[in-house]
Design a binder for this molecule. Sequence first.
Ligand code: PEP
Length: 251
Amino acid sequence: MRKPVIAGNWKMYKSLSEGLETALALKPLVANANHCEVVVAPVFTAIKTIADRLEGSNVHVSGQDCSTEIEEGAHTGEVAAFMLRDVGCKYVIVGHSERRQLYAETDSMVNRKTHAGISGGLTVIMCVGESLAQRDQGIAENVVSGQLQGGLRGLTAPDLDRIIVAYEPVWAIGTGRTATPEQAQEMHAFIRRVFAEGHSTEAAEKLRILYGGSVKPENIAGLMKQPDIDGALVGGASLRAESFAKIVNYK
Ligand code: PEP
């Protein structure tokens, strides 16, 4: 049985006090959510304070990104995965489409971040997803399999337990336009097949694949009914504790 993961990506929103307020409001609202892992990803500067205040609860903390570098060193502006772990993170998101589009991240950088996240003791939520133009050209599967193979290159069998894939079609992120449960299911099943071919059927059966793209309290249940959808990566609707809690408590 794959335990679902519902993760909130707060992006570059919320000051420390706003983030803390949201996290503390969320905590009691999801305290009985034993059916899934609950994760929030605040900005770097709020992680330590929020992680400290959530300690012992069922809400875990994620970084939104990490350095490609594993070791500390002269890399101005970067934060290493082990440093995220040091301040209370259990997860890190890598390869988000905003990082790929706005900061020119390549599959090879995503791959280095994935390795860095695992060596830093984190579970890596690796994002993949096609643009609308790519979907319209009929190359969505090629794009996603390329991102998957490129991002996961060189991982060993034990590393795979530390990998979660988030399928986030770029055309559905922040647009209010969600993939239908059937569209998402089709790509999730494809991702699991590609993962099985690249690694093993057992590893593919264990892999959690999250859907992301305009997930809301109104559409989460339909998505979660699909056999290959193992949770959600939520942007906008995770910014308010009440709406994120409704998504977490979709059952
Ligand atoms: C995201 O940023 O990962 C995301 C899925 O955003 P939204 O839910 O707002 O579409």
